[in-house]
Design a protein around this ligand. Sequence first.
Ligand code: 5AD
Ligand code: SF4
Length: 468
Amino acid sequence: MSDRKYIAKEEIERQMTLADRLYAEIQPRCLKFYVETFGCQMNVRDSETIKGILARCGYTECAEKETADLILFNTCCVREHAEKRLMGNIGALREQKESNPGLIVGICGCMMQQDGIAKKLLRRFPHVSLVFGPNVVFRLPEMLGAVLSGERIALTDEEDFAIAENLPRIRDNSRSAFVNITFGCNNYCTYCIVPFVRGRERSRSMEDIRKEAESLCASGITEITLLGQNVNSYGNDLEAGSFAELLDKLNFVPGLKRLRFMSSHPKDLTNEVIAAIARNDRVCHHVHLPVQSGSNAILKRMNRKYTREQYLEIIRKLRDAVPDVEFTTDIIVGFPGETEEMFRETLSLVEEVGFAAAFTFAYSPRVGTAAASMHDQIPEDVKKRRLYELNALQAEKTVENNKKYIGYEGEVLIEGCDERTDETMLYGKYRNFKMVYFPGKPEEVNQYRNVRVLSLSRNSLIGERIDG
Ligand code: 5AD
Ligand code: SF4
């Protein structure tokens, strides 16, 4: 694997020059693109860059797949169902390609980094002509040029996981933005495909991150979410700089009101990070802290490098330092070797912590990961039943958590509105990630309002404005 940390500036410039040349050809033809994103925020962020490059190449975005001249699926391979869905989606485009032979169908994202899949997809789907991995997005102008002149391209470049700075981007919203701080992952949790498809962990320089945050906020963004597979290990590969220092620095970016981050790995959530969350007023009081399991035996087999007790200790310390902090988590049930008793330990941890929300998954074996070849795999029906039981418990805990909020007052960033009811209901989040609904006008979306919680409705908080 190459040690090159950044893609050379000259290479990025070369790609942008190619994009500008394509613009002259594509823009007059009014060609349109449609990008569909699967998976996590990392992919959402990658899609923003992909859209930015496509716009630079002369395409405009369209809302309907049916009217597009270029359709791109940005894929995920973290869990199995995403793959099945993708295959269905690609198959369904066969007819559209027949009626519009100029249509370009492309597939990109993590799944394309899996062994041999890129070439396999080209063979299986003759109507697909562009396949590439997440680390070569910057070469899209070059790839597109080749595809437009009739080639079929599969580029995954497994050797190179260097960082590409200064690529164009199109953001979906004007209020919040994602900012990558690390790429890749070194942790090798035994169930997880990410280290294989996203490469080793690389941190962007603190300067590049600060500059990006400043330019986002100068353009009106007030909420930034820092993204990394494990934000807490930010800087481990740099000569200087840690996640705590990064929070200290970004806290003072002019115009920034809310600084969020995800995901945190419990093994690296140190006292310094806790102190940095507590002392920086822009840092939001929400920690997404994937626990994965409540059983020490399973955590060990997962290679998570913390125990249940250590996890609970971090929760306690964070609650001491930041009293209104809320936690969300990820949990996997049915990991190989998980006995009924071990599963009950996960339930008891969920009971004990009281997460605001949990993203729960049935374990799905990923080819190439250590857990996929563990011999004591759990039958699907057992996984399903455990997932159901866990979700039922978390639903109760969510309602319990919501009850604490009756009478709560705080500032909400409005994310959207729901006009289906008699009255327009706005929704948005408090700083600690709790969502609240309250009456208002659609023009208020993206604004901040002070809201008091009045009641609960199923899983939601219902409130009223208290600032006139
Ligand atoms: N099976 C089930 N869930 C998985 N996750 C990651 N890999 C797998 C897998 N093989 C879940 C983890 C992770 C989240 C993003 O996806 O809980 O935190
Ligand atoms: Fe996967 Fe573990 Fe890395 Fe998260 S920390 S991306 S679960 S290997």
